[in-house]
Design a binder for this molecule. Sequence first.
Ligand code: PEP
Length: 246
Amino acid sequence: MRRKLVVGNWKMNGSRLLNAELLAGLDGAGPWVSDVAVCAPYPYLADVALSLQGKRIAWGAQDCSSREAGAYTGDVSAAMLAEFGCKYVIVGHSERRAYHAESDQLVADKAKIALAHNLTPIVCVGETLAEREANQTDVVVKRQMSAVIHTLGHCISQVVVAYEPVWAIGTGKTATPEQAQAVHALLRTQLHAATPKSAEMQLLYGGSVKPDNAATLFSQPDIDGGLIGGASLKVADFAAICRAAG
Ligand code: PEP
């Protein structure tokens, strides 16, 4: 039986004061049956670690370098994230693929180095609206997943996958539970060919998940929780989504 996981992606939002209020509110709203985590901007990781130490909410970052260390100005290594107690790191979010031209291989390399530092990479895949309309959804998500499978080999079973259709992120347009389930089933089949542990892997859905659509999405057989952007910034909404996960 797979555990449900709900991860908040704060993106480039927050302040020390707002984060403290948000985390205090979440602490009071739990505990939940599902696993819960928040992925914060780098400068706040020390504060978040202090606030969440000993609590049931894990934390993580939104990206990491594909390199171990060295002359990579502005980058942050997986080793550094591990020092701050991160459990998760998001890699390959569509905003990084789009605004930082991250390739499938770079995303795979980031997932690999994250695992080497005992972080769980949350690998994001998803098609744009144009790709969906051109019936390319399956081709695109399989290509993105395939780069990670080839780079990680049998370690692929240690990642969390997030299917996030780009057209649903921050737009208020959610994939229907059937659309999301179809892609999740496709991904699980692809993972099944790569690892005997595919049935144990957590596959999250992301894209305008809200309190009123979370339960139906999370009840789909291959959807094991969500990666939540906008709604993770509001205590009541994020808490309701965590409750919807069980
Ligand atoms: C995200 O940023 O991963 C995301 C799913 O955002 P939103 O929930 O706002 O669509």
